[in-house]
Design a protein around this ligand. Structure first.
Ligand SMILES: NC(=O)c1ccc[n+]([C@@H]2O[C@H](COP(=O)([O-])OP(=O)(O)OC[C@H]3O[C@@H](n4cnc5c(N)ncnc54)[C@H](OP(=O)(O)O)[C@@H]3O)[C@@H](O)[C@H]2O)c1
Length: 304
């Protein structure tokens, strides 16, 4: 019988790459896709007609119990820059523990897509994930923690839109001379699929998941420029403007954003202007049996 797999933030970037890899295998899995907004409820219901798409509040413990009811696998992603992200994670872990204790429970795996270096306490969105990781490690659940880095996909649309520009200029959100190890959504999805399918081999593992060695943001931009056959000029946007841009992208263009939600992007940009997030791509290479996707390869594949 098909096993039920639950995804939170099912409309987000990560799930948009993970779910299609598993959805094509209906005899193996049934899907419960958890969304927050009415618009995502509608779009996912039409995109995945065989899935159960539900709108639930991760802040409500009873609703978290409904989310994990009869689940075999829970794949938890927390919402971007949400001040209650840690509590959402605790609620989902508590609900999964209760589920695992039911007679004839099927629950066998809790996967948490966290972030590279959750121990960076200067970053609120990392520190909130550190607390979830701690809570999960101390729970009786069989878990796997995935730690993706800054996604190369984030700025790829803006970069590729320069392909017909005679004098391309990329406006960077932070200091372009700071280095990052980039992740790639499709690599992250492929690792997630492998972990879901192989399951027990990955119990109690925490995987640092970068697709590249550290590279300066300017090198990332130029590597995509080479694919476009262009030299791209890089300018830097003022920090306050980037915070507003991030807030409108994440929380909605027209909304007045509560300071508790703004704190995350403000701290992130202060940090990214001085330090990047770096890690080794070797773990991802070991898991996938191939090197991670470079930004240039990602750009080339999106253009083809
Ligand atoms: N961006 C990066 O480079 C990066 C790198 C590593 C880790 N991360 C982490 O990835 C996570 C986000 O995943 P993503 O990038 O796949 O998502 P995303 O593309 O940023 O989309 C945001 C998701 O959050 C959901 N959401 C918004 N408010 C919510 C709430 N109050 N309760 C429950 N869900 C809510 C949205 O659902 P609706 O559509 O229904 O509103 C949507 O699915 C964050 O925790 C972030 O820190 C990001």
């Amino acid at each position: 019988m098909a096993e039920l797999i639950v995804f939170t933030c099912a409309s987000g970037k990560q799930c948009s790459h993970i779910i299609p890899l598993l959805y094509r295998d209906p005899p193996l899995f049934k899907f419960r896709l958890v969304v927050h907004s009415e618009s995502s409820l509608k779009s996912l219901s039409s995109q995945y007609p065989d899935a159960e798409v539900v709108r639930r509040n991760l802040g409500n413990p009873e609703e978290c119990s409904e989310i994990v009811d009869c689940a075999a696998i829970v794949y938890f992603i927390g919402p971007t820059f949400h001040p209650h992200e840690a509590q959402f994670g605790f609620n989902m872990i508590d609900a999964s523990v209760r589920e695992s204790r039911k007679p004839n429970s099927k629950l066998s795996h809790f996967i948490f897509s966290s972030v590279l270096h959750p121990e960076i306490t200067k970053l609120l969105n990392h520190d909130r994930k550190r607390q979830i990781e701690e809570y999960l490690c101390e729970s009786p659940l069989k878990y796997t923690i995935l730690q993706p880095s800054h996604f190369a996909d984030n700025a790829m649309g803006r970069l590729l839109s320069l392909k017909d520009s005679p004098d391309p200029v990329f406006v960077a959100a932070h200091d372009p001379e700071v280095a990052f190890s980039f992740s790639c959504l499709r690599d992250h999805a492929e690792v997630s699929e492998k972990i879901i399918r192989e399951r027990s081999k990955h119990f109690y593992a925490t995987y640092q998941l970068a697709s590249t060695w550290p590279m300066k943001y300017s090198e990332y931009v130029q590597s995509v420029g080479q694919v476009l056959g262009k030299t791209i000029k890089v300018q830097q946007m003022p920090c306050e403007e980037v915070v507003d841009m991030y807030c409108s992208l994440v929380f909605g263009a027209k909304k007045e954003v509560d300071q508790r939600f703004k704190d995350g992007p403000e701290r992130l940009l202060l940090y990214y202007n001085k330090r990047g997030i770096v890690g080794s791509p070797s773990v991802l290479e070991w898991l996938l049996g191939r090197p991670g996707t470079t930004p240039a390869q990602l750009a080339a594949s999106l253009l083809s």
